[in-house]
Write a protein that binds this ligand. Structure first.
Ligand SMILES: Cc1cc2nc3c(=O)[nH]c(=O)nc-3n(C[C@H](O)[C@H](O)[C@H](O)COP(=O)(O)OP(=O)(O)OC[C@H]3O[C@@H](n4cnc5c(N)ncnc54)[C@H](O)[C@@H]3O)c2cc1C
Length: 463
């Protein structure tokens, strides 16, 4: 099928949280409303993170930090208070269900569509390719539809990292992807399972098993067996990071450790040190040279992840209870093979620091390896097409794609194309912190202002 159109002003590829935030900001731009196409196969605002119906899947950030807009910081809390006015005082501190966050984004999108009728079109589909011709883009969807736009924003989000071994020989239903919540919820009550990966996605799986009354053994296998740590029970602390600017990675790690220990000695939560760092991570990442970035990925990232990506106290309690009862057993090791046996699977792994192999027999294997960030392995047809055509090139250390400070994609010759922009996880190599809502809402607002100015400039006749 092919459909030709008056070009949209902007096409946003991907309608998860990032795409919706971009659309909301584009619709809020001053001047004549921009004509925006939001291409998303599912329900806008859901994406991987918020497209879950499970009430036990909660935000890992308190509500008062999750507004869609930097300039209206209490917007989510106000939205939630409409349903729960009695709890208005405490809502800001709650870790609300992620499905409620999707409802919030969808409501704000509806509000914006009513305020600017006809400006936004939700096109159901997947973008598989795009070409730049003159001043516009021709965008190809998987069903052959062609759309045209003067600017494109890529908000393609996250894909799950694949298991490092083949699972093709397993019986149907034995291997499960962690983000397939209905399949997790359908696991038999007494089934033994192994979750590969020990991060936030593992915690989601465990929470669902807990909620469905699962009573079997749960093994968790990961290289280092570090589990996510909880948020502080109370409060947080912000602050500047002047003392951290221009330090080498080694010095930076030492200063952060010393500060966290000092807080603990003083009876303060170590988490406050991470809170202080949080708004400055992008700037600190940019000051590291390539060798230090590589060192960070090799030696620091696992500790970083568990201290930075923390979980709600209620989620931490589920993990602790499962460990204390012996139902949850954590193994540090490297997965070497998964073979079918007795309708289930034998997982072979090499325990950390040993050369022999252990075998775990389970009924199900759950892939909770987390997000794929290496450009060449991102399982997305559009990313593959852009890398193949040279319109995009891998970002620093091969992570995400290369962009300039405005988020414009750099082509394989290093040229940044101002009308082809990325937000979110595609910018991870450039920014490191580029996945969570605080970064996404800032990027979305910046990109919308940039596009407005760019398109206004394009339509101004040359003097
Ligand atoms: C399980 C989980 C929980 C999280 N919890 C939090 C939290 O509590 N707080 C927080 O701040 N952050 C959280 N995050 C971080 C999270 O990455 C972001 O908040 C948010 O989900 C990112 O949205 P996104 O739109 O960039 O990505 P995604 O959620 O991955 O959405 C991308 C969308 O793009 C679409 N798409 C992809 N490719 C194409 C294509 N070629 N054409 C058209 N459409 C396409 C997909 O269908 C998808 O809907 C969480 C992440 C995960 C994975």
């Amino acid at each position: 099928m092919s459909r030709s159109h008056e070009p949209y002003d902007v096409l946003v590829a991907g309608g998860g949280a990032a795409g919706v935030l971009a659309a909301l900001n584009l619709l809020r731009q001053p001047g004549a409303p921009l004509r925006v196409a939001l291409v998303e196969r599912g329900t806008p605002g859901e994406g991987i993170a918020y497209g879950t119906d499970r009430p036990e899947h909660v935000l890992n950030v308190i509500a008062k930090r999750m507004s869609a807009f930097d300039d209206v910081p209490d917007d989510l809390v106000r939205f939630l208070a409409a349903d729960d006015a009695g709890a208005a005082d405490t809502l800001g501190q709650r870790f609300v269900a992620r499905r409620d966050y999707a409802r919030y984004l969808a409501t704000r999108l509806d509000d914006a569509m009513h305020a600017t009728p006809g400006a936004l079109t939700h096109v159901r589909g997947d973008v598989v390719d795009l070409a730049h011709e003159g001043t516009s883009y021709t965008v190809t969807l998987a069903d052959g539809t062609l759309l045209h736009a003067r600017a494109v924003v890529l908000a393609l989000g996250n894909t799950l990292r694949k298991l490092p071994v083949d699972t093709g020989a397993l019986a149907r239903g034995v291997a499960i992807e962690a983000w397939d919540a209905p399949a997790i919820a359908a696991i038999g009550r007494d089934a033994d399972i192994c979750i590969v990966g020990s991060g936030l996605t593992m915690v989601d799986v465990l929470a669902t098993l807990d909620a469905t009354g699962h009573a079997g053994r749960v093994h968790v296998l990961s290289r280092h067996a570090h589990l996510p740590l909880p948020h502080a029970a109370h409060g947080s602390q912000s602050g500047d990071a002047h003392d951290l600017a221009d330090l080498s990675l080694t010095r930076l790690v030492r200063v952060v450790r010393v500060e966290a220990r000092r807080r603990m000695v003083a009876g303060e939560p170590w988490q406050w040190t991470m809170d202080r760092l949080r708004p400055h991570v992008q700037a600190l990442w940019r000051t590291l040279d390539a060798a230090d970035k590589r060192r960070f990925l090799r030696h620091v990232v696992r500790q970083w992840d568990i201290h930075r990506h923390r979980i709600a106290p209620a989620s931490a309690a589920i993990v602790d209870a499962a460990r204390a009862s012996g139902r949850l057993v954590v193994h540090a090791g490297r997965l070497t093979a998964i073979d079918p046996r007795d309708g289930g699977a034998d997982l072979r792994y090499r325990p950390r620091g040993r050369s022999d192999e252990y075998v775990l027999h389970v009924d199900h294997v759950v892939n909770a390896m987390g997000l794929e960030t290496a450009a060449q392995r991102i399982d997305n047809p559009l990313v593959r097409a852009l890398l193949a055509s040279g319109l995009a090139t891998p970002g620093p250390l091969g992570l995400g794609v290369a962009t300039n400070a405005s988020g414009a994609l750099r082509d394989r010759d290093g040229h940044a194309e101002a009308s082809l922009l990325a937000i979110g996880s595609l910018r991870i190599g450039e920014l490191w912190e580029s996945l969570a809502i605080p970064e996404l809402r800032t990027q979305a607002a910046d990109v919308a202002r940039h596009v407005r100015a760019l398109l206004d400039g394009m339509s101004t006749p040359a003097a």
